[in-house]
Ligand binder design. Structure first.
Ligand SMILES: [Zn+2]
Length: 386
């Protein structure tokens, strides 16, 4: 027997075992449309991994298409797509779709998978056409709308995305509530750039209507009030973040300071910081609080506060602030050393990544409302201790 025939038989046997396991797993309950390709049995992946591309190619070429083998074709196409071989997965799905033996029962699923191929290949217009058609089919409706949202997000068509998302069941879908609120925030930011403050404000109120925990809307409302000189109103909006997600209060520090500046009560900012410190301590709040305690003629209270905190939270930012506060007390030579150490701390802090996605672990120096890696909304958070 020729070696390639032996190999072909082995792969067919192995895939058959994979299919059997997958078939048994699939009887465990209904599967959510759209999640199919991610939840294909792990056994398939292991089997496919064991063979090189030419072997898999010749296997799929010789595998007949009928109702019994469609799932196997779909599995292999999904495998190719996950490996970045989009052309191969597209070719398999197109062939399945045009083949009379693939069966009507699979038409929607194949169309959905082909749409995913187009998206992976950056052919958003073609993908959009397919998902638009699938909206008519009951079972694939919601999954197709979610893919359409991804397309509109990519195109930054926020108003279309919002209108489309509203056709989903918002009450029962927390992820969609978060998404729609961000679409409104995106539109509000555009309005703000045009200085259309009232339009932006209305959009942000709309965002809070969809997701009352939308920190971004509160931050933007705070900023609009500050732009209009309404300091008390700005503080009211920013205070809402305490209930929404105190981890984001650090993002409001500068605005809170600005809102407190014209106030006759000069201890107000320090008291708010103290409250935030109790709610959600972090290195940024620690530094801000130390500086707020500092007075031009006497900064001993700041130094005492930092020394006490650094015992428990030895952070680079805290040490750097402490050195800055100690600088006026130092003689010429120690002053030079302090400045050198402070420079070193600066370069170390430069490299620190201050934000991290709780969904995928992506980290970066800037706050992204949509994670650049996993594309989830509201999953990137400030890292408390740096
Ligand atoms: Zn992420």
């Amino acid at each position: 027997m020729f070696p390639w025939i032996v190999e072909w038989l082995l792969i067919a046997l192995a895939v058959g075992i994979g299919w059997f396991i997958g078939h048994r797993q699939s009887r465990g309950g209904p599967r959510e449309p759209g999640s199919s390709s991610k939840k294909l049995p792990r056994a398939f992946e292991v089997v496919f991994d064991a063979y090189d591309s030419p072997t898999l190619d010749s296997f799929i070429q010789t595998l007949p298409i009928n109702a019994e083998t469609v799932k196997l074709h779909l599995s292999l196409a999904g495998y190719f797509r996950r490996r970045g071989e989009i052309e191969k997965s597209t070719a398999i799905h197109q062939k399945l779709l045009s083949h009379p033996e693939s069966g009507e029962a699979f038409t929607c699923r194949i169309t959905f998978e082909l749409g995913q191929d187009y998206m992976a290949g950056g052919l958003y217009d073609r993908a959009e056409d397919l998902f638009q058609k699938l909206i008519q089919s009951g079972e694939w409706r919601d999954a197709s709308i979610e893919r359409l949202l991804e397309i509109y997000e990519h195109e930054k068509d926020w108003d279309i995305a919002r209108d489309r998302a509203l056709s989903l069941d918002l009450k029962r879908n927390r992820r969609v509530q978060i998404r729609v609120a961000h679409y409104c925030c995106e539109m509000a930011e555009r309005s703000l750039r045009r200085k259309a403050h009232e339009e932006a404000r209305a959009l942000l109120k709309e965002a809070l209507g969809y997701d009352k925990r939308c920190v971004r809307a509160s931050l933007l409302l705070g900023r609009i009030h500050l732009l209009q000189g309404q300091h008390a109103e700005a503080l009211t909006e920013l205070k809402r973040i305490e209930q929404q997600d105190p981890a984001f209060l650090v993002e409001a520090l500068e605005m809170i300071e600005e809102a407190c500046t014209p106030d006759e009560d000069d201890g107000k900012y320090a008291r708010i910081l103290q409250r935030i410190w109790q709610l959600r301590p972090s290195s940024r709040v620690m530094t801000a609080l130390a500086l707020a305690k500092s007075k031009p003629e006497d900064n001993r209270a700041s130094i005492e506060f930092l020394l006490a905190q650094l015992d428990e939270h030895p952070t680079l930012g805290g040490v750097k602030t402490l050195l800055s506060l100690l600088l006026p007390f130092a003689d010429t030579e120690p002053k030079r050393w302090i400045q050198i150490v402070r420079g070193v701390l600066d370069s170390l802090l430069e490299k620190n990544e201050s934000y991290c996605c709780k969904n995928c672990g992506f980290s970066g120096k800037h706050l992204h409302w949509q994670c650049p890696s996993c594309k989830s909304w509201s999953t990137v958070e400030p890292v408390p201790w740096l």
